[in-house]
Design a protein around this ligand. Structure first.
Ligand SMILES: C[S@@+](CC[C@H](N)C(=O)[O-])C[C@H]1O[C@@H](n2cnc3c(N)ncnc32)[C@H](O)[C@@H]1O
Length: 307
């Protein structure tokens, strides 16, 4: 049944498409899902920004920040009980959503397969717990150190100064957040059959490949010094992951053995597929936005013809 999906981008909802994939047939998953429940179903593009501007004007709100989704951790507003409850509800809905696709993913993966899921430092624990709830075993969290992040939060001294507070200097150096310099990649594994070697012999997966000079040592769980991809006008996706990073992750968990297939159920502009092509590994991508499917297919075509 999988044949019609291999090396293809399927335009559809992962929650449905995953159901059509064979049990115990996929060698691993590398994916970058929407980072919170309120982002699901929104493109977060010009249209979405416009919708929010309009909404804030209608409500005579002075700030757009108030209209940023709760789950993003950037939402403004008074920190009252309602605010915290909205955040909490949002994260619980998000966990339930992960469990729906997580359970299907569990079914389609071979025993011993890894799942690597990008998420924010604030929400990665929920990804781990939700995936554990559907049967996966938590293995690690990879730190992708990317050195820059969206500056978010309050500089107390500056804000108080603006408000005319004469004691503002007392709060020099005090902020409401830490500088965000890394992104979390949650690592879970479908249970082994007896042990690593039995699993490897039967299913061709289960271990983690070391790259670099110290090949006899273990692969570090910190990844840094990843090159940014050159900007292209044709790829307008807003959350593209660097190809070098995804390639490193694919190499880490998918042995390049015939029959091994990597899946990305939230493919976006196709980075996982391009990484797999460059490494000579089969892949399946699922993306529900047709515009992104078309961007992904263009990138995939280029990568295949460069091979
Ligand atoms: C964070 S982006 C992935 C970006 C990707 N890593 C890249 O480098 O281009 C997440 C993608 O998941 C897609 N998506 C969200 N919900 C989905 C669903 N239920 N089924 C399939 N795709 C979905 C979104 O349209 C979005 O393109």
């Amino acid at each position: 049944m999988n044949d019609k999906y291999i090396n293809r981008v399927i335009c559809g909802d992962s929650l449905e498409v995953l159901k059509e994939i064979d049990d115990n047939s996929i060698a691993g998953c590398i994916t970058d899902p929407p980072y919170n429940y309120e982002f699901i179903g929104r493109n977060w593009d010009d249209e979405e920004i416009e919708r929010r501007i309009k909404r804030s004007q209608e409500k005579e709100s002075s700030t757009l920040v108030k209209n940023i989704p709760y789950g993003s951790g950037l939402a403004g507003g008074v920190r009252n009980e309602r605010w915290y409850k909205k955040n909490r509800d949002n994260i619980l809905e998000y966990r339930d959503w992960i469990k729906v696709w997580g359970a299907e993913l569990f079914r389609v993966l071979k025993p011993g397969s890894y799942v690597l899921v990008f998420n924010s430092t604030r929400t990665s624990a929920h990804i781990q717990v939700a995936l554990e709830d559907v049967g996966f075993y938590a293995r690690d969290t990879i730190v992708w150190r990317r050195q820059s992040g969206i500056p978010k939060g309050l500089n107390a001294e500056k804000k108080l100064e603006k408000m005319g507070d004469e004691n503002s200097e007392l709060w020099k150096g005090w902020h409401s957040a830490l500088r965000s310099e890394w992104e979390a990649i949650t690592v879970v594994q479908k249970p082994l059959v007896n042990n690593y070697l039995n699993t490897l012999q039967k299913y061709d997966v289960g271990l983690l490949k070391t790259k670099g000079a110290n090949i006899d040592g273990f692969q570090s769980n910190i990844i840094e010094d990843i090159k940014r991809d050159p900007k292209t006008e044709s790829n307008t996706h807003i959350t593209i992951k660097p190809l070098e990073l995804i390639q490193k992750l694919v190499e880490m968990v998918i042995p390049p053995i015939e029959g091994n297939v990597v899946i990305d159920p939230f493919l976006g502009s196709g980075t996982t597929a391009v990484a797999a092509i460059n490494l000579g590994i089969s892949w399946i991508g699922i993306e529900r936005n047709p515009e992104y499917v078309s961007i992904a297919n263009d990138r995939i075509e280029k990568a295949s013809s460069n091979k």
